[in-house]
Design a protein around this ligand. Structure first.
Ligand code: G1P
Length: 277
C-alpha cells in the first residue's frame, strides 16, 4: 500500500508562545513569511503525498482559511506586481486536498492521532508535527521514512541523537541496527520522556512518523498516562513488542519550534539560507 495521506495534529494550545497564541493557532506562527504548518505541508507534498488530514480544535479556523482560496485578496492583487506573493501558497492549494476534524478534548498526541482515524481510514499514513520544522533540499524526512516503509511495510519513526540531559523532552527508543545498515534500527522498546537516569538511550523520536493503521485499534485500547494523556509512544511500543517498528536516523536539520529558542534558530537559519540576512 502506498502512503497517500499525511496527518497533522494541530490542536494544541501553544502555551509556550502565549500571548501570541491566544487568538492565533501556534501552527500559524510564521518562520519568515510562511506559517509553520505550511512547511510541513510542503514536506508532505515533496514526498508525493497530496491528501493533508488536519486535526484541529476550537479557535483554529485560520488554518482552514490559509489553505483555501482568498477570492477578495486574489482579485485585489490580480495583475499587480504583488500577485507573486500568493503564487507559492496557491500552488500548494491547487495540488492538495485538505480534510479536517476537530479534537474535542486535549488528551494527548495519541488521542489526536486517533481523532484523525475517520480522515485516514484503513491505510498506512504519515504524521508530521509541524512544530518540529525540518529543513530539506531534495529529500525531506517524510520521503526518507517512506523509503524505509516501502522496504519493510511497518511503522517507522524518525530519530535524532540528543544530549543525555534532554531525554525527558522526547519519546526515546532502544533498538538494534538492522543488518548492513548504519541508520535503521529495529526498535525493542520505546519510552515517553524518561529522565536521564532511566533512559535506555539518547535516541529521540522527532515529529515524523509512518504508522500502519492497526495503530488505531491499539490507541483505542491503551490507558491514559499519569497526566491523563494517551501517548502515541505507548501505542508504538506495543507494535515494537511485535517487532513491527523501525527507527531511522534521518538526514537533515531539525528545529524544535515549540520552544522560543528553536523558533529563533529556525528563523535565523532560514533567513541566512534564503539570503535575507
Ligand atoms: C511528542 C511525542 C514525543 C516526541 C515529540 C517530538 O511530544 O509525545 O514522543 O519525541 O513529540 O517532537 P511533545 O513535544 O508533544 O511533548
Amino acid at each position: 500500500k502506498m502512503i497517500k495521506k499525511c496527518l497533522f495534529p494541530a490542536a494544541g494550545y501553544g502555551t509556550r508562545f502565549l500571548p501570541a497564541t491566544k487568538a492565533v493557532p501556534k501552527e500559524m506562527l510564521p518562520i519568515l513569511t510562511k506559517p509553520l504548518l505550511q512547511y510541513g505541508v510542503e514536506e508532505a507534498l515533496s514526498a508525493g503525498i497530496t491528501n493533508m488530514a488536519i486535526v484541529t480544535g476550537r479557535g483554529k479556523r485560520a488554518i482552514e482559511d490559509h489553505f483555501d482560496n482568498a477570492f477578495e485578496l486574489e482579485m485585489q492583487l490580480s495583475g499587480t506586481s504583488k500577485e507573486r506573493y500568493l503564487e507559492e501558497i496557491k500552488e500548494i492549494i491547487r495540488k492538495s486536498t485538505f480534510t479536517y476534524v476537530r479534537q474535542k478534548q486535549m488528551l494527548g498526541l495519541g488521542h489526536a492521532i486517533l481523532t484523525g482515524e475517520p480522515l485516514i481510514g484503513n491505510e498506512p499514513f504519515a504524521v508530521i508535527l509541524a512544530d518540529d520544522l525540518c529543513d530539506f533540499d531534495e529529500s525531506g524526512v517524510i520521503s526518507q521514512l517512506i523509503k524505509i516503509y516501502n522496504q519493510y511495510k511497518c511503522s517507522v519513526v524518525a530519530i535524532e541523537e540528543v544530549p543525555m540531559n534532554q531525554t525527558s523532552k522526547y519519546g526515546i527508543i532502544a533498538g538494534n541496527l538492522v543488518d548492513n545498515s548504519s541508520n535503521t534500527y529495529q526498535v525493542t522498546e520505546m519510552i515517553e520522556k524518561p529522565d536521564e537516569n532511566n533512559t535506555p538511550s539518547n535516541m529521540a523520536i522527532i515529529g515524523r512518523y509512518i504508522l500502519t493503521p492497526d495503530i488505531f485499534t491499539i490507541l483505542k485500547n491503551i490507558k491514559p498516562d499519569k497526566n491523563g494523556e494517551i501517548q502515541i509512544t505507548e501505542a508504538l511500543n506495543i507494535q515494537a513488542n511485535q517487532g513491527k517498528v523501525l527507527a531511522y536516523k534521518f538526514k537533515g536539520k531539525r528545529f524544535d519550534c515549540g520552544s522560543i529558542e528553536g523558533y529563533l534558530d529556525a528563523t535565523n537559519f532560514l533567513a541566512r539560507k534564503t539570503g535575507i540576512i
